[in-house]
Design a protein. Structure first.
Lengths: 319, 238
């Protein structure tokens, strides 16, 4: 998929530099936000409503214009570009998806490539490829959005956002309107997708668990659009910057931290007999839950094929 | 009214016509055969012309007004009231008002016919454009479509079912009202009806011209339904 200028770009570094949005004379919605999202990483903006997460996101593609400060993509200020040109280079996914009801799935996915002058054939090939990538049957290409479920529509929304291979993606509570089971699956598939496409992603959610699961880094915003802490999920769970963050991530943050690590990351003891078994890929949290459930002290760890590779005790998990 | 009496063949001739004609029968096929070419067919063609021009101009005007009404919400109510007002004037009264200004001309007829199309076309266009989902518009904007591209590729196609629905009503009612044009000009399917009324209510001619108007309306409506199905396949999906 090589293409003309503007279509084929590697992930870009995204920098918020004192970015501020103020409506009239009132309190700022986003207050001097400064943070750097390294190329190819997922930055989750999280916080209570009124925290300015969505405003901060929309500043990037200029759906909302900055009052002061700057935002740069690979060193280029967003204000130095033509606004439509800027937006075509940024994937945009919203909660309500916003598929065009009168266009087939293929035409929806081809929206931005078409703006770049791509041929029908190119768009056809690309949409087949993308449907597969987001876990939908390529036969969906000829359907209309009304014929898809909510989860399927959001997969198409994702495919549409990456169709022209933008270096930066903005995702505004993309899974917020989807039921919990499908949401978890979409989150997993989004992470798998991100392994392949490696975009620089700004992801807005109000769900701290979603932030911990998806974020390479999490930015916690407080009322008035103030950045309270910007760090990796592990660091935020281990060392909340203040009471607000501690309260926001929840009293169970120790357990949440356990969910971030897998058994394979620990040093295993020699294999033991008996006891519950879990594969290496299981999280410490699942392992602990299982031990408590089974009233056991020792866990047998296997590889993906089920072969025993070692064991762990309760204390090992909590160390 | 002079125009009505002066022009055209004198029909029917009760003295020389068939028995059916002499007794003013309901459906004299021999008269129909004899006068299709010189009376009914030209009237039908004129009727189609009058209606097409009226709906065409009405559509263009209503579209321009709808663009204004959607963009500048404050103007929507005044435009709507104006179209309402035009719609409520009885057609005969409107002709009377216009004749001193524009004479016994096609222009007079078209001004009246166009006036009646505006309300339904305008309302449907505005409703259709307003009903475009906000999320689709946000997505379009966020993906970098220009305002013009958003209008042509997203708003207009999504408003099409409502617009075509308005077009159907406007077309059918225009075809119906256009028969009254014969009060002003010797054209359209109203003319044979008026002539027949003037000649002891010759039933065959009244019925035939009336039936042609009905069939024309039905055919036009059918064509528009077909056009909508072709143009908006998505509206039946789901």
């Amino acid at each position: 998929m090589s293409g003309p200028v503007g279509v084929e770009r590697a992930a870009a570094e995204l920098v918020f530099d004192q970015a501020t949005k103020r409506y009239g004379e009132g309190e700022p919605a986003v207050d001097q936000l400064s943070l750097t999202v390294p190329a190819g990483e997922i930055c989750v903006l999280v916080g209570p409503s009124g925290g300015g997460k969505t405003t901060a996101l929309k500043l990037v593609n200029r759906l909302i214009e900055l009052t002061s400060g700057d935002i740069r993509i690979d060193g280029t200020s967003i204000n130095s570009l033509d606004v439509t040109e800027l937006r075509r280079g940024i994937g945009y996914v919203i909660q309500q998806v916003g598929l065009f009801p009168h266009m087939t799935i293929e035409a929806n996915i081809g929206t931005v490539p078409r703006l770049f002058g791509r041929s029908k054939q190119w768009i056809h090939t690309r949409s087949q490829e993308l449907l597969e990538l987001v876990g939908l049957d390529p036969s969906y290409a000829k359907r209309y959005p009304a014929q898809l479920s909510g989860g399927e529509r959001q997969r198409v929304g994702l495919a549409r956002a990456i169709a022209a291979n933008p270096p930066v993606m903005l995702m505004d509570e993309p899974f917020g309107a989807i039921d919990p089971i499908v949401r978890a699956r979409l989150q997993d598939e989004f992470l798998r997708l991100q392994q392949e496409v490696r975009k620089t992603v700004v992801f807005v959610t109000h769900d701290i668990d979603e932030a911990i699961k998806l974020g390479d880094r999490i930015a916690i915003l407080r009322q008035g659009g103030v950045l309270v802490q910007y760090d990796t999920p592990e660091a935020i769970l281990a060392r909340p910057a203040d009471d607000f963050v501690a309260q926001f991530v929840g009293a169970d943050r120790a357990l949440k931290a356990l969910a971030l690590r897998t058994l394979g990351e620990l040093e295993l003891r020699p294999a033991a007999d008996g006891g519950p078994r879990l594969p290496r890929a299981a999280t410490l949290r699942d392992a602990l839950a299982l031990l408590i459930d089974e009233r056991a002290q020792t866990l047998v760890v296997t590889d993906d094929a089920g072969t025993v590779v070692g064991s762990l005790t309760r204390d090992d998990l909590l160390r | 009214m002079n125009a009505l009496v002066a022009a055209g063949p004198v029909i029917p001739n009760f003295g020389q016509g068939s028995r059916c004609e002499r007794t003013n029968g309901w459906w004299c096929t021999d008269w129909l055969h004899a006068h299709w070419g010189d009376t009914l067919q030209p009237a039908l063609v004129q009727h189609i012309e009058l209606s097409l021009i009226a709906v065409g101009i009405g559509f263009a005007l209503a579209f321009a007004l709808a663009l204004v009404g959607v963009r500048y919400r404050l103007l929507d109510a005044p435009i709507g009231v104006f179209a309402d007002f035009l719609y409520t004037i009885p057609s005969l009264a409107l002709f009377q008002l216009l004749v001193p200004l524009t004479g016994l001309t096609v222009t007079t007829v078209e001004i009246a016919l166009v006036s009646y199309t505006l309300l339904i076309l305008y309302r449907n266009m505005v409703e259709g454009l307003r009903a475009v989902p906000a999320d689709a518009l946000e997505a379009a904007q966020g993906m970098g479509l220009t305002a013009r591209q958003t209008f042509l590729r997203v708003e207009l196609p999504l408003a099409a079912p409502a617009i075509i629905a308005g077009l159907r009503i406007a077309t059918v009612s225009t075809i119906s009202i256009a028969t009254v044009a014969a009060f002003v000009i010797p054209q359209g399917l109203g003319r044979p009806i008026f002539i027949a009324i003037g000649q002891d209510l010759f039933k065959t001619e009244i019925l035939a011209a009336g039936a042609l108007a009905v069939v024309l309306a039905l055919v036009a409506d059918g064509l528009l339904v077909f056009a909508q199905r072709v143009a908006t396949p998505w509206s039946r999906a789901g």
